[in-house]
Design a protein around this ligand. Structure first.
Ligand code: C2E
Ligand code: MG
Ligand code: MG
Length: 570
């Protein structure tokens, strides 16, 4: 998800959790595996961050009970002790945060495996209530900025100049911007905006070491200076922690807000010779992170220019390519996990350039999003796939569904509901045979507006899937508020499954929780029989991947179905 070609920021090589725990670590919910006595075996990254700790803070055997308020301990103890017998239970507790604030949460305790003393339980919390402050928080020392108590931009430049006088002392600068802050400010007023900034500032301070600095460099921008961080190995874990901390819900009065952040990273002396220049590098990287879709970090790339020239060429050719009919739809089966029968097809766009062959949608879709052609391409892809699937259904007497990807940009263009209505009308595809795939990023962008559009789409009879679940801001709590039908689990997670198939109880628990929210679970990128068997056994409803069928042209799909190679569900 990061724009620089660097190792993923999602998995920390120093901890190697089992595969179930890896999925748990990607969610923004509090998930912990415990014994009936409350001895902790695993706390998810987000769970630790909720409490203001690193994931590494917790050790096997730590006491879950000590993480909740004393008054709530007896109730939790009783629920844990009975979970093996009673299955799933819910209760309200207050979690104790490192900074003395307690978080009221609704949690669920589920039985995962085993019996008696040896049982394994899942403690899952996804509903946040109030923040309860215990005692005073420390008064800010050099409170240059009245809102956050942090030093401001002049301090930043001074400090950068100071540090950059000694090239032998490497350091990193992270320039961070809160995604969507302006909307919060506009919608809820400056008082709420200020409280949000103060909370974000507090989280940044909590994440960093005492020797690091946090500076408010602009209205919703913060600069983080990490002395001694000479390379990306030192910086990326911090960037990851910062992103996770910013993603935790903000509870401000009656509002519960979800934001994310974008980070630009620059290293001294590797990227710049002085403080000013370093700041510019971090800023360029920040812009790249925002363009790449926000909620990510990006590292300053000196060779960025080379990448952008290919971008320019492709962007220019896109106009002609549309005229020349170089775009085509391919279709990939989505099958019932239990039987392998095809229930739906995902429509995937292809661009065949005569000069260089196929270009991946992963490369050209972001360009189309930037140059505005996505509206055109997106409508074309929707129309082509609805017409095609309607023709197949008419010819074969089936109810095959079309699953069509919608870009976040397309979603925000405002006419998506009328487009869908129009295309359904002209193609005569049944509305319940169309599913639209959106990303977590779309949901994040402007939850109120998105909810309204999704409700209108649902009103047309169309269903909505969340694509690539586990790669963005992934939270079961967050999904609950939207009218969604289906969760597509990202293939990077499916790939992990096989490497450690021993500890999958937590995976089926997560699938179970998704179902509790009324969601169908689809696994993407299934490539082996073993993955298929594991997923089918864990309550996954549908599967998609090379094992079941690669994306193929409409003609090829027709051939495979009519020759009996691919079987459709009736
Ligand atoms: P996606 O929606 O997650 O689509 C699934 C991608 O995974 C497809 O890549 C598919 O070919 C690939 N895939 C499927 N099974 C396997 C497998 O078993 N192993 C591996 N390694 N890969 C598998 P593709 O076609 O390159 O598309 C990439 C992305 O481009 C899509 O990801 C989607 O986000 C976007 N995209 C494609 N077509 C459209 C479109 O018409 N509109 C929009 N907005 N986005 C599109
Ligand atoms: Mg998709
Ligand atoms: Mg996907």
């Amino acid at each position: 998800m990061n724009s620089a070609a660097l190792p993923s920021s999602h998995s920390d090589p120093s901890v190697a959790p089992a595969s179930g725990e890896r999925l748990a670590d990607r969610l923004a919910d509090f998930l912990s595996r415990v014994s009936p006595r409350g001895a902790v075996r695993f706390v998810s990254h987000a769970g630790a961050a909720w409490l203001g700790y690193d994931a590494e803070h917790f050790r096997r055997g730590d006491d879950l009970l000590s993480m909740v308020a004393e008054e709530d301990q007896p109730a939790l103890r009783a629920v844990l002790a009975q979970a093996g017998k009673l299955g799933r239970q819910a209760l309200n507790v207050r979690l104790l945060r490192a900074d003395g604030v307690s978080l009221a949460v609704t949690c669920r305790v589920l039985h995962l495996a085993g019996a008696g003393e040896r049982a394994e339980l899942l403690f899952a919390a996804w509903e946040l209530g109030e923040l309860v402050r215990a005692g005073e928080t420390a008064a800010p020392s050099i409170a240059a900025d009245p809102v956050t108590g942090l030093p401001t931009r002049p301090h930043l430049l001074e400090q950068l100049e100071e540090l950059a006088r000694r090239p032998e002392h490497a350091f990193a600068l992270l320039h961070m911007d809160l995604d969507g802050f302006q909307k919060v400010n506009d919608a809820l007023g400056h008082a709420v905006g200020d409280r949000l900034l103060a909370e974000a500032a507090g989280r940044l301070v909590a994440v960093l070491r005492a020797s690091d600095s946090v500076i408010r460099s602009g209205s919703d921008e913060f600069a983080l200076i990490l002395p001694g961080a000479a390379n990306l190995d030192a910086v990326l874990p911090v960037a990851r922690k910062v992103l996770a901390a910013m993603q935790r819900p903000y509870i401000l009065g009656d509002s519960r807000l979800h934001l994310s952040a974008s980070i630009g990273i620059a290293l001294y002396p590797e990227h710049a010779a002085d403080g000013q220049q370093l700041f510019r590098c971090a800023d360029i990287a920040l812009t790249a992170a925002k363009h790449a879709g926000r909620n990510r970090w990006s590292v300053y790339l000196a060779e960025g220019a080379a990448q952008s020239s290919r971008r320019v060429v492709l962007e220019e050719h896109m106009y002609d390519a549309i005229q020349n009919g170089e775009f085509e739809m391919h279709y990939q089966p989505i099958c019932r996990a239990a039987t392998g029968e095809i229930e739906a097809v995902e429509a995937l766009m292809r661009w065949h350039r005569p000069e260089e062959g196929g270009i991946s949608p992963a490369e050209f879709i972001p360009l189309a999003e930037r140059n505005g052609l996505i509206g055109f391409l997106g409508t074309w892809s929707l129309r082509a796939s609805c017409h095609q699937v309607a023709r197949w259904n008419a010819a074969w007497g089936t109810r095959l569904r079309a699953s069509v990807n919608l870009s976040p940009v397309q979603f925000r263009q405002g006419n998506i509901v009328s487009r869908v209505r129009e295309v359904l009308g002209e193609s005569a595809l049944r509305a319940d045979c169309l599913s639209l795939e959106i990303t977590e990023g779309t949901l994040m962008h402007d939850p109120g507006e998105v909810e309204e559009v999704l409700n209108e789409l649902r009103g047309l009879g169309v269903s909505i899937s969340v694509d690539d679940f586990g790669t963005g801001y992934s939270s079961l709590a967050y999904l609950k508020r939207f009218p969604l039908s289906c969760l597509k689990i990202d293939r990077s997670f499916v790939r992990d499954l096989e490497t450690d198939a021993n500890d999958l109880a937590i995976v089926s628990a997560i699938f179970g929780l998704a179902k509790e929210l009324g969601l169908r679970v689809v696994a993407e990128g299934v490539e082996s029989e073993r993955q298929l068997a594991i997923l089918a056994g864990k309550g996954c409803d549908q599967v998609q991947g090379y094992l079941l069928g690669r994306p193929v042209s409409a003609a090829e799909l027709t051939h495979k179905v009519e020759s009996g190679e691919w079987r459709l569900a009736q």
